[in-house]
Design a protein around this ligand. Structure first.
Ligand SMILES: NC(=O)c1ccc[n+]([C@@H]2O[C@H](COP(=O)([O-])OP(=O)(O)OC[C@H]3O[C@@H](n4cnc5c(N)ncnc54)[C@H](OP(=O)(O)O)[C@@H]3O)[C@@H](O)[C@H]2O)c1
Length: 337
């Protein structure tokens, strides 16, 4: 079977040449493990941070098989909890097949399409939901700004906030993305940070000031938004993708200055902090989906061989919505055809 290892850890910008495709024997599961066939790999900005050092998980170092969250099918189980043919989500790898400890495998509802298990009903939607409602305590009267607005989390932050009545302005790279966010997803506006004076344009879009900023990027974008926050505004610190490839990361220069004078609340979170509330989030988002108030946006790349390219593309802003790689055909679609 085929698998990718991280051949060489990147110094700054990740390149597809940092990975190597290998052919190895099919692994065998032992007691407490399962062998899965990976179907969809979740491509996440966080994959890049795992190469920088220990985060909420071990560092990925040269020689490691590249880890990845995935949707997979059980091929062989050495744990009575899991049966051959079951569809699961798992802490898996960039590989055709993986042996995984069964504690890192989760059963899935069978009424959700497999790509949706990674997008609206997976990390992307759940991060948007918990960040907005549980951390940001969003209110209908809020003016909400979200960065990486056309990315996997950002598209749902904006749509969830719009659905409860907020005014929503996105920040994204490029005119095409900004147009799509407004015309296809119903945001009230979107600023192209690559071609803008952010501080001025935020004032134009949000003359009343910003109540809630959902920050996916950190750096100079965060610095500009802080200038336009209302007193007692809330900043949800979800990610800092602008810094993941930088050899000398920079923070906003107005922290703590503006945090103090504007009495701001900044709070970080990891989506798994809210594991107990995932069902509540899924129920809320299913209702919105059925009411036509939310559009699912998925960006699927075909073939395991293209996994490095998909990650490099995401870090360079070439995705729209949730990025994933299809490694094997979808068994649900095969049953229907
Ligand atoms: N806290 C949590 O539990 C949690 C969970 C999931 C994700 N996250 C975070 O959420 C954010 C989104 O992650 P994702 O995996 O869903 O990726 P994504 O938003 O689908 O893609 C990343 C996007 O970031 C933007 N970007 C790249 N470089 C940038 C820069 N220098 N300045 C501004 N924007 C830049 C690009 O869009 P443009 O074209 O707009 O530049 C790119 O499309 C990341 O920061 C990630 O770490 C956090």
């Amino acid at each position: 079977m085929k698998q990718f290892i991280l051949k060489e850890a990147p110094d700054a910008k990740l390149n597809i040449s940092n990975f190597e495709l290998q052919e190895v024997d099919l692994p065998k599961p032992e007691d407490g493990q399962v062998l899965v066939r990976n179907i969809l790999l979740s491509i996440d900005a966080a994959n890049r941070t795992w190469m920088q050092g220990r985060t909420y998980r071990d560092q990925v170092v040269a020689g490691d098989v590249m880890p990845s969250y995935s949707v997979a099918e059980i091929v062989e189980s050495k744990d009575p909890e899991f049966k051959k043919g079951q569809i699961v989500t798992a802490d898996s790898f960039w590989a055709e097949y993986s042996v995984i400890e069964s504690r890192d495998v989760n059963k899935c509802p069978d009424n959700i399409s497999l790509p949706n298990l990674l997008s609206l009903f997976g990390i992307a939607g759940l991060t948007a939901y918990h960040g907005l409602f549980d951390v940001g305590e969003v209110k209908a009267s809020d003016t909400v700004v979200v960065s990486a607005a056309a990315g996997s989390v950002g598209v749902y932050v904006g749509q969830l906030a719009k659905a409860i009545g907020c005014k929503v302005v996105g920040i994204a790279g490029g005119d095409t993305k900004c147009k799509k966010v407004v015309e296809e997803l119903g945001f009230d506006g979107c600023i192209d940070y690559k071609n803008a004076n952010l501080v001025r344009d935020l004032k134009t879009h949000c003359p009343e000031g910003i109540d809630l900023y959902f920050d996916n990027v950190g750096g100079t974008v965060l610095e500009a938004v802080l200038i336009r926050m209302k007193n007692r505004g809330r900043v949800v610190c979800c990610g800092a993708v602008s810094q993941y490839e930088s050899s000398s990361p920079i923070g906003p220069r107005n922290i703590p200055g503006f945090v103090i004078t504007k009495r701001l609340k900044l709070e970080g979170f990891i989506v798994m902090d809210f594991k107990e509330k995932h069902m509540e989030a899924i129920t809320h988002m299913t209702k919105l989906l059925n009411e036509g108030k939310i559009t699912i946006v998925e960006d699927i790349t075909e073939g395991l061989q293209n996994a490095p390219k998909a990650l490099v593309n995401l870090l360079n802003g070439k995705n729209f919505g949730k990025s994933m790689v299809r490694v094997a055909p979808d068994p649900y679609e095969q049953k229907m055809s």
